[in-house]
Design a protein around this ligand. Sequence first.
Ligand code: PHE
Length: 401
Amino acid sequence: MRSALAVILTSCALALLGCEKKASVPPPPGGPSGGTAAASSGGGSGGVTGDTILIGEIGSLTGSEATFGISTRNGIELALREANAAGGVKGKKIDVRVYDDQSKPEEAANAATRLINQDQVLLILGEVASTNSIAMAKTAQPAKVPMISNASTNPKVTEIGDYIFRVCFIDPFQGYVMAKFAHDNLKFTRVAILRDLGSDYSQGLADVFKRKFTEMGGKIVGEETYAKGSTDFRSQLTAIKRLQPDGIYIPGYYTDIGVIARQARELGITAKLMGGDGWDSEKLFELGGSAVEGNYFSNHYSPDDPNPRIQKFIADYKAAFGGVPDALAALGYDAAQVAVDAMKRATSLERTAVRDAIAATKNFPGVTGTITLDEHRNASKPAVVLEVGKGKTKYVATIAP
Ligand code: PHE
């Protein structure tokens, strides 16, 4: 695992994997050692030295949602390589310090503290899982360090304060998307819900789906819960089977979804499974096999989209890392591009000025759609519905806000 990650963490990144253990690795040359910010007291001009701007990144490079962090890392890396090749920002090269949070919120919070107090970065990119972003944001906001989440969709993330942004849509919209698809396209009237009790993302999305589907005239016939990382979902699935739903909404992460889908099919459940962006991982196909095929989830982008901007991104990504980028890679790319664009537009490289420039982001042409940040620091963009196929997804529909 270490060596595989080392390949991914190339040029501008000095990765400190397993942040607890490796915290004593010295900063890279031209790194944060000359940082002038009093980061812990808030604001300031952290991360800027002679010819370098240091930013931070926190992601799940290992652990239960490792593909989220790895894909994001690649997307950010690609954007920063391009930005540096095009002359960087205000004559300076952008460098990124990356910490692995092992897919755990406590580690995400620790890593944020380290980026702010020790590395004194200008801003922070990440995380994917909403629960991890919430943990980071609670550290970044009081220190007045701008944070841009690429993919966390739970509303609570940016509610933490005016330094916290995201480049993706939020779950009140995403939940509506699958409710509408289930009701209008699949003509479902009876749906059961299976949610991850410990995940802000899963809880929020399940609540919205339930409300929207019911408003549309559908019926939620029953609800069950699970804990992330369980290996046996049979009792919940057996209870759901008895209710004979048309579909089961499971807004969880791919690792659990793969196991749930297999056990559902083993129990003879034929109802369609439906989910959200958390299903998006190449590992889903491996973990779920044929049991996940023919099911649907909402997402931020489709690699099938013929839009030239998207196809160019896919070609560049394949050339750099191999493989088709998933939504996390696309959103990581967009988050880094929005950060670069804001640093360029900012009146100075003080954190407050960079914050203001991020907040002013308008009509930015991202690969996941046009990004305008609203007064709540969220982006409003269309979502796609994808069908799971053999080793890849198939585009089904686009639903606009
Ligand atoms: N939206 C998820 C969350 O907030 C994270 C995610 C985004 C996962 C996109 C996969 C793809 O937790």
